[in-house]
Design a protein around this ligand. Structure first.
Ligand SMILES: Cc1ncc(COP(=O)(O)O)c(C=O)c1O
Length: 391
């Protein structure tokens, strides 16, 4: 309740709100008691640290910090996408087209599918959640590799489903073990290829044969976030055309450099896409993101240059790690796992030098760091700082 003036006893929890002094001491009934029980043990997502956050924390100049932690595109977005975004913000007073008409049409041409075969999300993360909304509940099982992109585990838990985690072998999905893990309760099987956090890809023919061998009632999510960087990625369109319940997931956050705008999509049969689309929020994808993504698809020359820049950077990091005597995992993505001994300490020391990478202990890899391939300058700096830290 707003009060007439400041409290007589100094209390750090009293804030001036403009409308008077209000208590920030907390409600009398603790909302924690009202929350659903699973929330208390729910493991929240821990993102790569933003530059500004690290700068504030360590008293560093943000312009001296480089972030190689979240598999973003170090070359930025296409200038065409940036232009389209600027034009779109000028119409910012209007709600976006909730149906994403123009983007769907562009995607349909890009993939050779119908516009109704897409579901567009606020990042592909949202599409993963939509899959949970439509298909997952208590008693369902979601079969996935371990480690696999952590959001699959989180979304399974969010909907009361059980993540069934099958250890990778040599950093790659073990397809026969995944197939053996399928039970009558299995609702969804997930394969990210290339995998995050390992960067290892599942060979195309093996993946397609694996999916064809699964019971038809099982929904397969093929997460293709890093597909653009891979040498011979699988093509799941024939499976969709055969009527398999396969959902391909793509994102504009990686090769298209639009992570800040949050936009990604799923493609599948029209029936599948329609179900997922039904449960999304009315304006889940903002107009700036829609415009930028549509323009990004038009600039495939920029995309190709980014892929090439990533390839060159990857070779440089591999060479640098080898020269330091460090083990690394061959990657088909825009990041690479490197074994540094004590991941947490090395992460911390690099961060103090203004280089943000990703510790992966949460993925069961405490001795490793995941490093996003940067620009040529960023790669050199990472290698130099890492050598200094490990010396
Ligand atoms: C394998 C994988 N899938 C999906 C995503 C989510 O991407 P976004 O929500 O930015 O589209 C990521 C992000 O890092 C990822 O690594």
């Amino acid at each position: 309740m707003p009060s007439a003036g400041p409290p007589r006893v100094a209390n750090p929890f009293w804030l001036h709100s403009g409308a008077g002094f209000v208590s920030n001491a907390g409600p009398t009934v603790n909302p924690a008691e009202l929350a659903k029980p699973f929330v208390h043990t729910y493991p929240s997502y821990v993102p790569g640290r933003p530059v500004e956050d690290v700068a504030r924390d360590l008293g560093l100049d943000p312009s001296c910090i480089i972030k190689m932690a979240s598999n973003e595109n170090p070359f930025g977005p296409s200038p065409l996408a940036a232009e389209a975004a600027k034009r779109a913000i000028e119409q910012g007073q209007y709600y976006p087209d909730g149906g994403c008409y123009a983007l769907r049409a562009r995607l349909a041409a890009f993939h050779g599918l119908q516009p109704g075969q897409f579901v567009i999300g606020n990042g592909s993360n949202e599409v993963i959640e939509l899959i949970g909304h439509v298909f997952l509940g208590a008693g369902d099982e979601v079969v996935m590799g371990s480690p696999e992109f952590v959001v699959y585990r989180l979304v399974s838990l969010l909907f009361g489903a059980k993540p069934v985690e099958v250890p990778l072998v040599n950093f790659r999905n073990d397809l026969s073990a995944l197939a053996r893990a399928v039970t009558p309760r299995t609702k969804v099987v997930v394969v990210s290829t290339p995998n995050n956090p390992t960067g290892a890809a599942t060979p195309a023919e093996e993946l397609i044969a694996f999916i064809r061998g699964l019971p038809e009632r099982v929904i397969v999510v093929v997460d293709e976030a890093y597909r653009d960087f891979a040498d011979a990625p699988p093509d799941i369109l024939p499976l969709i055309r055969e009527g398999r319940n396969v959902i391909g997931l793509r994102t504009f956050s990686k090769v298209y450099g639009l992570a800040a705008l949050r936009i990604g999509y799923g493609y599948a049969s029209a029936e599948m896409a329609g179900l997922l689309d039904r449960v999304r929020q009315p304006f889940n994808v903002n107009a700036v993101a829609q415009a930028a993504a549509t323009a990004a698809l038009d600039d495939q020359a920029f995309r190709d240059r980014c892929v090439e820049g990533n390839r060159t950077g990857m070779r440089r990091l591999e060479k640098g790690f080898t020269e330091m005597g460090l083990k690394w995992v061959p990657s088909q993505a825009n990041f690479i796992l490197v074994k540094v001994g004590d991941g947490a300490t090395t992460f911390d020391a690099l961060q103090r030098k203004g280089v943000i990478v990703r510790p992966v202990a949460n993925y069961g890899l405490p001795e490793w760091l995941r490093v996003t391939v940067g620009t040529a300058g960023q790669n050199e700096r990472l290698l130099a700082e890492l050598a200094a830290v490990l010396r």
